[in-house]
Design a protein around this ligand. Structure first.
Ligand SMILES: Cc1cc2nc3c(=O)[nH]c(=O)nc-3n(C[C@H](O)[C@H](O)[C@H](O)COP(=O)(O)OP(=O)(O)OC[C@H]3O[C@@H](n4cnc5c(N)ncnc54)[C@H](O)[C@@H]3O)c2cc1C
Length: 281
């Protein structure tokens, strides 16, 4: 679906109250955590939803606002309904013909925005993650790069706010190199505190060649466990982040299932049961 076809919901003004680097200086992929305080009341959201940032023009293609979506990385109860956190990766675009490098409009604006600035937001956008009632339910999550943002919220909900989750929780997260891996320490803390939780950090097998994190290899390394999870009749699967990562995930699962057709049947069951959640871009 095209962005212009999305129902963005009501508009809200927000003030930026925090803008902190999640990656150390000098890393190729800069990701920042922005905390926004809603000025008007009435913005409500659920885990797994996104917020739209609307930047007023003039813009190159004559649109009144440049609109981009960001996954909400905080829970509704974390700092009250009036505060949300997003993670923004500074994006650039290299023109394939001229080789010229352009700055992504919204991501650079947000990364460079001084605390105290105001923004126009809309939302929430997208479907919430379905979180099962039964705390014995196994959960499989995949969120590489900024795709980990909604899992910051989901893990916080499971292990800090709700508590008592007994089902296995597996998260595949990571980036090209460890320094670019977002929320690494926070994830490691949950891993040391929550017995059923295990995180697999996925990195590039050829970082010097600029290859992305190798999710397929990581799935193959953990294939017995991943397949056992997918065979569990209650498992809930959540995948967030860049579409090519989701494609690599599904390709790896087709390998585990024996064929693309066998995987398509398994996935269709998960989708039909509402146990397959995607937040892709
Ligand atoms: C549901 C959803 C959730 C998302 N969640 C997150 C998140 O949590 N964190 C995150 O960082 N991102 C997230 N994104 C991505 C985000 O919405 C933006 O797409 C991203 O930040 C880039 O936007 P931008 O305005 O910086 O770049 P843009 O200005 O949109 O530029 C990027 C693209 O625009 C084109 N382009 C840019 N400049 C030029 C130019 N000068 N000439 C020609 N073409 C050009 C290219 O196609 C390029 O790939 C999400 C997206 C979706 C749909």
């Amino acid at each position: 679906m095209k962005l212009e076809d999305l129902e963005l919901g009501p508009r809200f003004h927000a003030r930026l109250v925090g803008n902190e680097a999640l990656t150390p200086p000098g890393t190729r992929a800069e990701v920042r955590e922005l905390t926004l305080e809603l000025i008007e009341e009435g913005f409500t959201f659920s885990i797994g939803q996104s917020v739209a940032v609307l930047l007023a023009g003039p813009h190159d293609f004559g649109q009144s606002h440049h609109v981009r979506l960001y996954s909400i990385a905080s829970t509704p109860d974390e700092a009250g309904p009036g505060r949300i956190t997003i993670c923004v990766r500074r994006c650039h675009y290299v023109d394939p013909y001229s080789g010229e490098r352009y700055r992504g409009i919204a991501s650079n604006h947000l990364c460079d925005l001084p605390v105290g600035s105001e923004l126009l937001l809309a939302g929430p956008v997208g479907l919430p993650f379905v979180i099962p009632e039964d705390p014995a339910t196994p959960l499989l999550m995949v969120g590489l790069g900024t795709g980990v943002a909604p899992f910051r919220a989901l893990l916080r909900y499971l292990f800090e706010e709700r508590g008592g989750w007994q089902g296995k929780v597996r998260l595949f997260h990571g980036a090209r190199v460890g320094l670019e891996s977002v929320y690494r320490e926070r994830i490691a803390d949950y891993q040391s505190q929550a017995s059923g939780f295990e995180a697999v950090e996925v990195l590039s097998s050829r970082p010097a060649w600029d290859d992305p994190a190798d999710l397929s290899a990581a799935i193959v390394r953990h294939e017995a466990e991943v397949w056992a999870l997918l065979e569990d009749p209650a498992v809930h699967v959540y995948i967030a982040g860049l579409t090519p990562v989701a494609e690599a995930f599904e390709e790896a699962l087709a390998g585990l299932a024996g064929s693309r057709e066998a995987w398509a049947r398994r996935k269709a069951d998960l989708v039909a049961d509402g146990r397959w959640m995607e937040l892709l871009y």
